[in-house]
Ligand binder design. Structure first.
Ligand code: PMP
Length: 284
């Protein structure tokens, strides 16, 4: 898990491409001290005529929405950021890659007040394969319900892809790994199933799919929205409603969705096999 970084590639940094080694920040960078950054994660898939970015518009929109919520003004138009993503992909020369746009508060003043710090934007691309490996796509991964909850709606904005939210994700993932699971699934403040450290969750029950609603402290995943659309297109009933923990245990299928994880089947939850213990027909 985790992506190998391509140290040979150029990084788009505040409007121009710089070599990997020059894309650096000062230790007083506000984002390092106070988590004042937001980011995106996109994939470009191999096509006969070169890599094609999936969901460019949705991801750039979410980046600007995230910045709006945290009060960080991006010093570029959405079209310029979209162009930067495409140019970074083209320049990287990878058949397929993961793209990471990042907007952060740089060095200026030290203190919680973020307003005295410049806002920087960068975009980097790295080659990527299956996030959990080929085997996971076929056989699924083992997940455990975390003792860490996702944030309550009046604490951190869960729909914002801010670095600060990923401390919670790290706690969920570290605990899961400590317990021998590949991923952790967190509950929300009311005890309902929410999402994994970096993926949304779907449950297959008697031929229909259920996924927690957007208001349940989840990130509005772009992949999640594709799955909802695909299910509609295929005539599979798919509802957004609260999911209780025990539904994971008697589900026929569970899968996780995300740009990195794509659609990853879950073969066990809390060491109980899900359905037949391998990828089910809805997931497929
Ligand atoms: N939830 C969280 C917490 C995430 O980090 C991600 C990955 N961005 C997702 C869900 C899935 O979102 P997407 O499908 O847009 O990648």
């Amino acid at each position: 898990m985790g992506m190998q970084l391509d140290r040979a590639g150029d990084i788009w940094f505040d409007g121009e491409f710089v070599p990997w080694g020059s894309a650096t920040v000062h230790v007083s960078t506000h984002a390092l001290h106070y988590g004042s950054s937001v980011f995106e994660g996109l994939r470009a898939y191999a096509r006969p005529d070169g890599p094609a970015v999936l969901g460019l518009e949705e991801h750039v929109r979410r980046l600007f929405d995230s910045c709006k919520v945290v009060g960080m003004e991006i010093p570029f138009e959405p079209a310029a950021v979209s162009a930067a993503v495409c140019e970074t992909v083209a320049r990287g020369g990878h058949e397929a890659c993961y793209v990471r746009p990042l907007v952060f508060r740089g060095a200026g003043t030290l203190g919680v007040d973020p307003t005295g710090n410049p806002v920087h934007v960068c975009v980097a691309a790295f080659p990527v394969g299956r996030y959990f490996g080929e085997e996971a796509v076929e056989h699924g991964i083992d997940v455990g319900v975390s003792s860490w909850r996702r944030m309550a709606p009046d604490t951190h904005p869960a729909m914002v892809k801010s670095a600060a939210n990923y401390l919670n994700s790290q706690l969920i993932l570290l605990e899961a790994k400590r317990h021998g699971y590949t991923e952790g699934l967190a509950l929300d403040v009311d005890g309902f199933v929410c999402e994994a450290s970096g993926m949304n969750v779907f449950v297959g029950l008697q031929g229909r799919l259920v996924t927690p609603p957007l208001a349940d402290s989840i990130l509005g995943g772009v992949t999640r929205s594709y799955v909802l659309q695909l299910a509609r297109d295929l005539g599979i009933e798919c509802v957004e409603q609260r999911v209780s923990r025990e539904m994971l245990h008697f589900a026929d299928e569970v899968f996780l969705t995300g740009t990195a994880a794509e659609i990853t089947p879950v073969r066990s939850v809390d060491a109980r096999p899900v359905g037949a213990g391998s990828r089910g027909p809805l997931t497929e």
